[in-house]
Ligand binder design. Structure first.
Ligand code: AKB
Length: 341
C-alpha cells in the first residue's frame, strides 16, 4: 500500500497547533496530519489532510500511523505545560519525555524507511531556565542559551532533557553500532517565551496571565492576576512564533551553529500589560493577587533572553513588538471573539 506523504503536527488541537496548521494551509506546501488526544476544532481539521486522535505515549498508535503515512517533517508540539504538569508530574514526564522519545523513534524509523532525513522541529521553552531569586533574575538580564539551566518545574526539566535527546538523536545515535546506523533525524528546537494568541485561550501554562488578562477584558470579565505587577518575562505574539518555526524548518543545516535557539520579542511587566489592557478596555477591572507558588515559578524564568544566535543563523526577526501586538494583532481580533479565526 502506498503511504501518503505528510507533515506530522502533534498537539494539533493546541494553541501553537492552531496557529501552525492555519499557516501551513495558507502556504499549501504540505499535507498535514494532525495528531492530538482530542480532535482539533472544525476550522483546523478542515485544513488538515488527515486527523488522528490518540496518545503519543502509545507506541502501537504511532506504528499504525506509520502504516498509513510517510513522514519527513515532524512539528512535535504536544506537551503538558508548566502549571498543569506540577499537579501530575509523573504523567507530565510520560507525555513530555516518553512521548517525545516515541516521536524521535518514529522519525528514525521513517528516515530508514524512505531513505531521507526527517526534520524534527521542537518547541522548547524559557522554562528550561532557573534563576535562583528575583535579584539574580534582574541582574542576569538577557540570558544566553547556555546559562542558568536549572529548571524548577517538571515541564522545564522535561523540555531541557528533550533538547538533549534531540541532540543525541541528531549527532550521537547508536554511536557504537555498525557504521551507517545514524538516525538521520535533523532535530531543531526553539525556546519559546510566553505566547499570546488572539484566537485561542491558553490552558495549563504559568505565563498564561498575559493572554488570560487580554481575553478576560475582551469578554468584559474582571481579571485577578496571579503574579505581582512587577513580574517580567519575555512574550511573543503567536504569528511570530509560527514564522520562527517555519524559518527554522527551512534553514539549511550548514547555517545552524546549534540545535536549540532562544527567540525574543517583548518583555512587559504584568503591570505594564494591565495598563495597556485598561487603556483599550477602560471599564476592565484587573486586580493582582499573587499565587506565591506560581509566582516562584515565574520568578525563576529570565526577564529576557538573548536571541543573537537565531538572528545570525536563520534570520529570526519578530514582526510584532508589544505595541503592534496589541493594536494590530490582538485588539482587532479578540473583539471579534476567540473563535473568530
Ligand atoms: C508555560 O507557561 O508553561 C508555557 C511556557 C512558558 O513554556 N507557556
Amino acid at each position: 500500500m502506498v503511504r501518503r506523504p505528510v507533515v506530522l503536527v502533534t498537539g494539533g488541537a493546541g494553541e501553537v497547533g492552531h496557529g501552525l496548521i492555519h499557516r501551513l494551509a495558507e502556504g499549501g506546501r504540505f499535507d498535514v496530519l494532525a495528531l492530538d488526544l482530542r480532535s482539533p476544532d472544525g476550522a483546523v481539521a478542515a485544513r488538515c489532510a488527515a486527523v488522528r486522535t490518540g496518545d503519543i505515549v502509545d507506541r502501537r498508535f504511532l506504528d499504525r500511523l506509520r502504516s498509513e503515512f510517510e513522514i519527513s517533517i515532524v512539528f512535535h508540539l504536544a506537551a503538558l505545560l508548566s502549571t498543569r504538569a506540577e499537579f501530575v508530574p509523573e504523567r507530565a514526564h510520560e507525555i513530555n519525555v516518553e512521548g517525545t522519545l516515541n516521536l524521535l523513534r518514529l522519525a528514525t524509523e521513517e528516515a530508514r524507511a524512505h531513505g531521507g532525513p526527517v526534520r524534527f522541529v521542537f518547541p522548547s521553552s524559557i522554562a528550561v531556565y532557573g534563576l535562583p531569586d528575583v535579584t539574580t533574575k534582574r541582574a542576569a538580564g538577557r540570558v544566553r542559551e547556555d546559562a542558568w539551566l536549572e529548571p524548577v518545574t517538571m515541564y522545564g526539566c522535561n523540555k531541557l532533557y528533550c533538547e538533549h535527546l534531540g541532540r543525541y538523536f541528531a549527532r550521537h545515535y547508536r554511536q557504537l553500532a555498525p557504521e551507517g546506523d545514524a538516525s538521520r533525524v535533523d532535530f531543531r528546537a526553539i525556546r519559546f517565551p510566553g505566547l499570546i494568541s488572539a484566537f485561542t485561550l491558553p490552558s495549563g501554562g504559568t505565563s498564561d496571565y498575559a493572554p488570560e488578562m487580554i481575553h478576560a477584558a475582551a469578554q468584559g470579565k474582571p481579571y485577578t492576576c496571579f503574579v505581582r505587577e512587577d513580574t517580567r518575562i519575555p512574550f511573543m505574539a503567536m504569528p511570530d512564533a509560527i514564522e520562527a518555526l517555519l524559518a527554522l524548518l527551512d534553514a539549511p543545516p550548514s547555517s545552524l551553529t546549534r540545535r536549540v535557539y532562544n527567540v525574543a520579542a517583548f518583555n512587559p511587566s504584568a503591570g505594564e500589560l494591565a495598563s495597556m489592557v485598561r487603556h483599550a478596555f477602560p471599564d476592565e477591572r484587573i486586580t493582582f493577587e499573587p499565587d506565591l507558588r506560581r509566582q516562584r515559578i515565574v520568578d525563576s524564568w529570565p526577564e529576557d533572553v538573548d536571541d543573537t544566535a537565531a538572528r545570525r543563523d536563520w534570520g529570526f526577526r519578530p514582526a510584532y513588538d508589544v505595541e503592534r501586538t496589541f493594536h494590530e494583532y490582538l485588539l482587532p481580533n479578540v473583539r471579534r471573539g476567540v473563535e473568530g479565526h
